[in-house]
Write a protein that binds this ligand. Structure first.
Ligand code: ADP
Ligand code: MG
Length: 247
């Protein structure tokens, strides 16, 4: 008997599962990300990382539990497959982020920091958005928007659309007053709570008003939202809405 026939081969399915698992672990939980998570646990911010609620291109969102048993959301920005390199225009020109080292990990950390900072501005300004709790590298801890461990639906998944339109515009206005533009607003980045309150999420691209393209991005946000509602027959005048937001 030769050596290779003696070593037991893994069944194909098991091999495939192992490869997939490795892929997921490498993409989401690279070594340094694991260190960040363990630091967050040691600090007593969370006691358990429970399960993923969303896996996206740029980040994965998990539900986690705090030592007192409350739910929180953890956003883990992906390092390996990050498309943020293409998004430098959202950083260059934002006066908060000067003298940046442009390596991949630093860029991803920067977007996490940016989202955290934007969520802080939202909290101060009374904008409906997740409350930022903690940031460690590419791992952001925030309030969990959901019920029974399940996230609220996105705007696109809800039925009664019109009831949210004015509230969304009001939130954009509050942000603008706080000198912030979301810059990636769409029916996917708005979650609708049980009590019909819309929450804006995904603030990594958010920029301050001094950014040279702030007004352009605001107009794009408003256009996205109005176009979405228009499909359901709910219309608002674009110019009037912008004026309202800017007053
Ligand atoms: N704070 C949160 N609480 C509960 N679920 C969330 C929270 N933030 C995001 N999610 C869920 O994760 C999804 C993706 O989040 P998002 O921040 O838009 O990341 P990305 O679009 O970059 O993947 C959301 O549509 C929502 O289902
Ligand atoms: Mg999103």
């Amino acid at each position: 008997m030769n050596k290779s026939s003696r070593t037991k081969k893994k069944p194909l399915k098991e091999n495939y599962q192992l490869k997939e698992r490795q892929k997921i672990e490498e993409e989401v939980f690279d070594k340094r990300t694991l260190l960040h998570i363990s630091k967050i646990m040691k600090k007593g911010i969370i006691s358990n990382l429970d399960y993923p609620v969303s896996t996206g291109k740029e980040a994965n969102i998990f539900k986690a539990t705090t030592p007192s048993g409350a739910n929180v959301a953890i956003k883990i920005y992906k390092i390996m497959t990050s498309p943020f390199f293409r998004k430098q225009k959202y950083i260059l020109g934002d006066s908060r982020f000067k003298n940046i080292r442009w390596n991949e990990r630093e860029v991803v950390y920067l977007f996490a920091r940016k989202e955290f900072s934007n969520l802080e501005i939202c909290e101060q300004a009374g904008v409906n958005a997740p409350k930022p709790f903690f940031l460690e590298g590419n791992v952001l801890v925030m309030s969990f928007l959901g019920e029974n461990g399940l996230p609220y639906p996105q705007l696109i998944q809800t039925v009664c659309k019109e009831c949210f339109l004015d509230a969304i515009i009001q939130n954009i206005q509050k942000m603008y007053k706080a000198k912030l533009v979301h810059a990636d607003l769409s029916e996917y980045n708005i979650m609708i709570a049980k009590n019909k309150i819309p929450y804006l999420i995904d603030f990594g691209q958010g920029i301050v008003l001094s950014h040279p393209k702030a007004e352009e991005f605001l107009e794009r946000d408003v256009k996205n939202i109005l176009n979405f509602f228009k499909k359901f027959g709910f219309t608002r005048d674009f110019k009037e809405t912008l004026n309202k937001i800017r007053t």
